[in-house]
Design a protein around this ligand. Structure first.
Ligand code: IPD
Ligand code: CA
Length: 326
């Protein structure tokens, strides 16, 4: 059952799949050409003409089909832009109806629906011809992710999820499998886990130290005071890492510094596959979509225990973003 009866999520889902395939064609046929200087914040934070062209295509397609959706995309984001609850025209209509005692006419469609888009998640990989990247198309209603479409055009794999309706992987032969791909084993402890993390583009300061110390703690032997995880993977796409967690071939993924467009679409896919999205620090069980600190964990018995064990390995306090708990 859909959680938002007044937005036809199935219709949006079908439309976004079509958009994702079109975007995929643009990505695979393009040569990575730097846009402007090719850098955003620094030399490890890249942007290409294809990122911009794909975002333009996605935003104009969405605007035409769903003019009522507000749009947030990585390449057109400006500092200070928020997924706010600020009264939009739709909100003002809702308030008006309430004042007039016409509440029954209000419906969830009057809450802001945001399409949250990353035209290429894994731009650094795109730049180097490394085929681990995706176009990521998410929808959030009232700041909660409700729909996700993620497509890797090089491997031709499509991940989709609709709130309340499950998550799926469609392979290059168009076989569609429900996620997770195998029966989730109960968690034991971190020493049985394959973990994804990302280095991010900030390579100094407090957060870089928290990250690298945490990576070392996760990897080190028990004798050296570590968690001795099976391995750490850093593959370069937040959304695909989360899809790996949804599928069950990654146990956990922890990252700070990424943005709503790096997680929105996969958030639904993780949850619909029985996984959880939490924050990076102890006790942050109910993160917000824009808080920039996230961990996702696959389905499985004792999920909360493994999350607690991971939080116990975090070496310090991250500065970027915020926690939902204080
Ligand atoms: C980045 C990737 C990367 C993650 C960064 C993201 P982009 O997105 O998801 O894995 O570490 O935090 O910003 O720049 O390739 O769209
Ligand atoms: Ca991107």
């Amino acid at each position: 059952m859909s959680s938002s009866p007044s937005v036809d999520l199935q219709d949006v889902h079908d439309f976004l799949i079509d958009v994702a395939y079109r975007a995929g064609g643009m990505i695979t046929s393009a040569k990575p050409v730097a846009a402007g200087s090719g850098m955003k914040k620094n030399s490890a934070d890249l942007v290409t003409e294809t990122d911009q062209a794909v975002e333009k295509m996605v935003s104009s397609s969405l605007k035409e089909k769903y003019p009522e959706f507000e749009f947030m995309g990585e390449e057109t984001y400006k500092e200070g832009d928020k997924l706010s609850d600020a009264p939009t025209l739709k909100r003002r209509i809702k308030t008006f109806l309430k004042i007039q005692n016409l509440d029954s006419l209000t419906s969830p469609s009057l809450f802001p629906s945001h399409s949250i888009v990353d035209p290429i998640d894994g731009t650094t990989n795109f730049f180097h011809g490394h085929p681990y990247l995706c176009v990521s198309l998410g929808l959030a209603i009232n700041q909660k992710p409700v729909l996700g479409v993620i497509y890797n055009p090089f491997t031709k794999t499509l991940y989709t999820g609709i709130k309340g309706q499950g998550a799926y992987l469609t392979d290059p032969c168009h076989n569609r499998a429900r996620l997770p791909l195998r029966d989730p084993e109960p968690f034991r402890d971190l020493s049985h886990c394959l973990v994804a993390v990302e280095w991010g583009s900030d390579r100094d300061g407090n957060d870089f130290k928290v990250k690298t110390d945490t990576f070392a703690k996760l990897c080190a032997s028990k004798e050296a005071g570590g968690a001795m995880v099976h391995g750490i993977r850093s593959l370069g796409s937040a959304e695909l890492n989360m899809c790996g967690v949804a599928a069950g071939h990654l146990d956990l993924y922890w990252e700070s510094g990424c943005w709503a467009w790096d997680v929105c679409a996969a958030w639904v896919i993780v949850e619909e596959a029985g996984g959880k999205v939490v924050g990076c620090h102890q006790g942050d069980w109910d993160p917000k979509i824009d808080q920039r600190r996230y961990m996702s964990v696959r389905a499985g018995q004792d999920q909360e225990k493994i999350v607690e064990e991971f939080w116990g390995c975090v070496q310090g306090k991250l500065e970027v973003g915020y926690d939902t708990v204080s």
